[in-house]
Design a protein around this ligand. Structure first.
Ligand code: GLN
Length: 202
């Protein structure tokens, strides 16, 4: 059975876990380094022996997520693993956390910098402007929920990312080798399209 690690510091963790389970894979909560890979007593982490086959960064609040990633020393382990090519899906706050750079970020907020895009937080308005729509993507149609969603303002120079979906003239989903990033929440509508793509990459 494939192990899909879900960053479980805050946000929509259980929704992603239910999706993963319904697709016959095992959701694994990532809260500490030892959830990712074996750690020796001298602190050396064996990323090559990771327990995980894929990673999901859920939606939530990217500012809080960043603080907690630092608090639990997960920034370097996640960066290393994702850069080494593990299949990764980031949704909403998750795609913000994966991005190369962030517009409208809070003081002290940074990101993993593994996805060659610049995101713009809260670009589709406030919570009451949230909506559920059908979107066309590279892989087919998806039912997508937008909640205080970021737009992908641009691909970086020499970006390896490709646009996978747009909404209201803005990029809202990209694909870059092992990484899929979406501004919306597929886990809230139960649409498995992006999760299927993630599992296919394993
Ligand atoms: N606006 C949130 C942020 O900046 C993201 C919202 C979400 O994940 N639904 O992190």
């Amino acid at each position: 059975m494939k192990n899909v690690g879900i960053l479980a510091l805050q946000g929509g963790v259980s929704e992603h876990a239910s999706m993963v389970e319904s697709m016959g894979a095992r959701p694994v909560w990532i809260r500490q380094i030892k959830d990712i890979a074996p750690v020796e007593s001298d602190g050396i982490i064996h990323f090559e022996n990771t327990f995980l086959d894929a990673i999901i960064l859920p939606g939530g609040e990217s500012t809080t997520m960043w603080k907690l990633l630092n608090l639990f020393n997960l920034v370097t382990p996640l960066r290393t693993l994702i850069s080494s090519g593990i299949p990764t899906l980031g949704t909403c706050a998750g795609v913000i956390t994966l991005a190369q750079d962030i517009l409208n970020k809070q003081n002290g907020q940074e990101s993993l910098g593994v996805l060659d895009i610049i995101v713009d937080r809260n670009a589709f308005g406030s919570q009451i402007a949230s909506e559920e729509v059908n979107l066309d993507t590279t892989w087919g149609s998806i039912r997508a929920s937008f909640i205080r969603a970021p737009r992908i303002a641009q691909l970086t120079e020499n970006s390896r990312a490709e646009v996978a979906a747009t909404y209201k003239g803005e990029i809202v989903c990209v694909h870059q080798n092992n990484i899929i990033g979406a501004s919306f929440h597929p886990e809230l509508t139960g649409d498995t399209l992006l999760h299927e793509q993630l599992l296919k990459k394993i």
